[in-house]
Design a protein around this ligand. Structure first.
Ligand code: DP6
Length: 399
């Protein structure tokens, strides 16, 4: 009989995703089953990622969790759901036998998780966080099954972060959620020219969380019901076609319309929820003026349950549009750090463009722009020096 291992550790990274057909509303709040399917683009981990290390040891006396270096309550029901489900899959895989060389499922675990972007930036981190937690736990316990169903139980949108590129979350029909899964529509290499600009806005207070907001919408918004039953099924088929054909005009138009309809369902919620701000409306108007000036869809915006704007564009548009944003929201301080992420070339704006598009500048409203592109799904980190936990199972001191 092989001896059980005393300490085991696994580290993974996982990406953020941004929906172009939005998920809003659950039909089952415990299992996190949505009222409609959704579709997203996975963003590149060079710019935005979560890293998570999971360790198990017979010497640990309790389960513990650290987020960005700070210890938090490991008893959170969604963390516990992910842990329970991964262990269930591990048990199933081992056929119920405990006396193998495999890691004991009864050992306590330590988990440490960090983002490579400031949490204060308000970028959706729960999707990357739960996708990463599930990936690291699965690796720790040697589970290789379909894991989007598990990540979904951490946060709905997390199931889409289990794949790279373009990802659909199928709502499924079964009450037990076994068919409510994420599937890759196309890999990140499918549309090499596609770029993403995250406009991180300054100084907004934290809005109402998605979980609470969407339940109020389900209970009170007739528009949301219509959206889930009639609009989304049609849009999903259209969006898949635009992606398959790399049709930016179609993709961008539909992404903007779907973002707008999601925010319309928020306004139709009672009492209403407002995620769009005056600044969001400024950015929306700017994008429409820019597209009108060029006579076609060059940029497309989408907004989630927070104030940051996400802009899709093709690579040949990025430098010009970034300059338009810089002129429209002149940076207050650290102007040299206004553009981060992938390099952006310089562009000279024509007088006609400035006159038509750059109206009423709002200094300092956009803190910075993060330039990124579609990227791959969760990755295993092989290098042991990259573990977030030391040999003692405690977070390594961060530089
Ligand atoms: C507006 O996945 O954060 O970003 O399932 O309650 O954790 P829970 O909600 P969450 O909701 C995301 C909502 C959204 C749209 C989307 O990502 O599809």
């Amino acid at each position: 009989m092989a001896a059980e291992r005393a300490l085991a550790m696994a580290t993974c990274t996982a990406p953020v995703n941004i929906a172009v057909i939005k998920y809003w509303g659950k039909r089952d709040t415990d299992l996190i089953l949505p009222i409609n399917s959704s579709l997203s683009v996975t963003l590149h981990q060079d710019q935005l990622k979560t890293t998570t290390t999971a360790a198990a040891s017979r010497d640990f006396t309790e389960d513990r969790l650290w987020l960005n270096g700070k210890e938090v309550d490991v008893g959170h029901p969604r963390v516990q759901a992910c842990l329970r489900e991964v262990r269930r899959l591990a048990r199933k895989r081992r056929g119920g036998s405990e006396d193998t060389a495999a890691l004991s499922l009864s050992y306590k675990i330590h988990i440490a998780s960090e983002n490579n972007f400031p949490t204060a930036a308000g970028l959706a981190s729960s999707a990357a966080g739960y996708a990463c937690l599930v990936s690291a736990l699965a690796r720790l316990y040697g589970v290789e099954e379909e894991l989007s169903e598990v990540a979904r139980q951490g946060s709905g949108s997390a199931c889409r972060s289990m794949f790279g590129g373009f990802v659909q979350w199928q709502r499924g029909e079964r009450p037990d959620g076994t068919d409510s899964l994420a599937l890759q529509v196309a890999p990140e290499t499918h549309w090499p020219e596609l770029r993403v600009l995250v406009l991180v806005v300054s100084g907004e207070k934290k809005p109402m969380g998605s979980t609470v907001g969407m339940q109020t919408s389900v209970e009170t918004s007739p528009l949301l019901k219509h959206r889930a039953e009639v609009v989304v099924p049609e849009r999903l088929a259209q969006m898949m076609r635009h992606i398959r054909e790399r049709d930016f005009e179609g993709f961008g138009q539909l992404a903007m319309r779907d973002s707008n309809q999601f925010h319309a369902t928020c306004l139709d919620t009672f009492p209403p929820i407002f995620y769009l701000t005056d600044l969001s409306r400024h950015i929306i108007a700017l994008a429409h003026r820019y597209n009108a000036h060029h006579g076609h869809t060059k940029v497309a915006y989408t907004f989630d349950a927070g104030p940051n704007a996400v802009i899709f564009a093709l690579a040949d548009t990025v430098a010009e549009f970034v300059e338009v944003v810089r002129r429209s929201f002149p940076p207050a301080t650290n102007g040299d750090q206004f553009v981060r992420g992938l390099p952006v070339g310089s562009a000279a704006l024509s007088e006609e463009l400035v006159a038509a598009v750059v109206t009423e500048p709002v200094p300092g409203a956009v803190q910075y722009i993060l330039h990124t592109k579609p990227g791959p799904g969760p990755q295993l980190v092989d290098d042991p020096s990259q573990h977030l936990l030391g040999a003692d199972g405690l977070p390594r001191s961060r530089a």
